[in-house]
Design a protein around this ligand. Structure first.
Ligand SMILES: Nc1ncnc2c1ncn2[C@@H]1O[C@H](COP(=O)(O)OP(=O)(O)OP(=O)(O)O)[C@@H](O)[C@H]1O
Length: 266
């Protein structure tokens, strides 16, 4: 039996369960776009393919590498934040290998602003950050910072710690073949700077934040890397993704952590 056939069967079951329970929404995770049910209730599609067939479809382009459990929790928070479903109501979710029933709750460390940041480049960098957390480099954990967007201001508030390995090269986060090159440079101290089209402009960049002028707070235990990430996200319009040496991936916006996730625990 082909994988697509599994998805079709599971989706059929999910629709039956949704109807039987009078669930308020259906969440479809990582199932190809040819399998789209016709239903009146809101349907949330999670994954890369975006399709805007019906008005009751919403798309949340999150990396599937976040794992089903986490994606279901994020879907739950997203639907509550957007008034699609109320806390405590039931929704059904379906992945290529499971169908489940969940009560809508805010269970993950995520602020509502997180969802408005999710677009293509952000999603790719988040995926890369998760891979770095899980893989490290040569068996050792790596920590790093990705600063996305508002590059003119970010560059103005930073300097090279080492010669920029990306100078003169057109390396783009969207190009899967150059992903490994980007990861290779994660061992450099400092930050990656990525423009809104996904081009990696610099690595090994020190973020110059004057903490006398920029007031940010990060949870205790977090050091210079996370303070710098919070600072640059407050000083500029950039969105910042950090990977800590302990593997936790965090997203910063306007000086605050808007998402936190430990891929090593899932
Ligand atoms: N202002 C900055 N700009 C860019 N990189 C920085 C900055 N400050 C610190 N770093 C990077 O963060 C690394 C780790 O610093 P530190 O241990 O203080 O941070 P941390 O927040 O505790 O990070 P981790 O949780 O990964 O240990 C430094 O070696 C350096 O590469």
């Amino acid at each position: 039996m082909k994988e697509g056939e599994h998805a079709r069967i599971l989706l059929k079951k999910a629709i039956e369960i949704t109807n039987a329970l009078d669930a308020k929404a259906l969440v479809i995770i990582g199932i190809p776009s040819q399998y789209r049910p016709k239903m009146k209730i809101p349907i949330l599609i999670i994954g890369k393919e975006s399709d805007k067939e019906a008005s009751n479809f919403q798309h949340l382009p999150l990396p599937l590498s976040l794992g089903s459990k986490n994606l279901v929790n994020l879907a739950s928070s997203f639907m509550i934040a957007n008034g699609i479903i109320q806390e405590g109501e039931l929704f059904v979710y379906v992945t290529p290998s499971t169908v489940g029933i969940q009560k809508a709750e805010k269970t993950v460390e995520v602020r509502d602003e997180f969802f408005s940041q999710i677009e293509h480049i952000f999603q790719e960098v988040l995926e890369l950050a998760i891979e770095l957390s899980l893989e490290g480099r040569e068996g050792k954990p790596v920590g790093t910072i990705f600063v996305i967007g508002d590059t003119r201001n970010v560059i103005r508030h930073s300097h090279q710690m080492v010669p920029n390995p990306f100078k003169g090269y057109k390396i783009n986060i969207l190009d899967r073949n150059t992903r490994e090159i980007i990861k290779e440079f994660a061992f450099l101290d400092g930050a990656f700077i990525i423009n809104k089209s996904g081009r990696v402009l610099c690595a090994g960049r020190y973020l110059d934040i004057d903490f006398k002028k920029i007031n940010v707070h990060v949870p205790s235990g977090l050091g210079g890397r996370h303070l710098a990430a919070a600072g640059i996200s407050k000083l500029t319009k950039a969105i910042v993704i950090t990977v800590s040496e302990s593997g936790i991936v965090r997203v910063f916006k306007n000086g605050k952590i808007i998402f936190e996730y430990n891929p090593r625990l899932h």
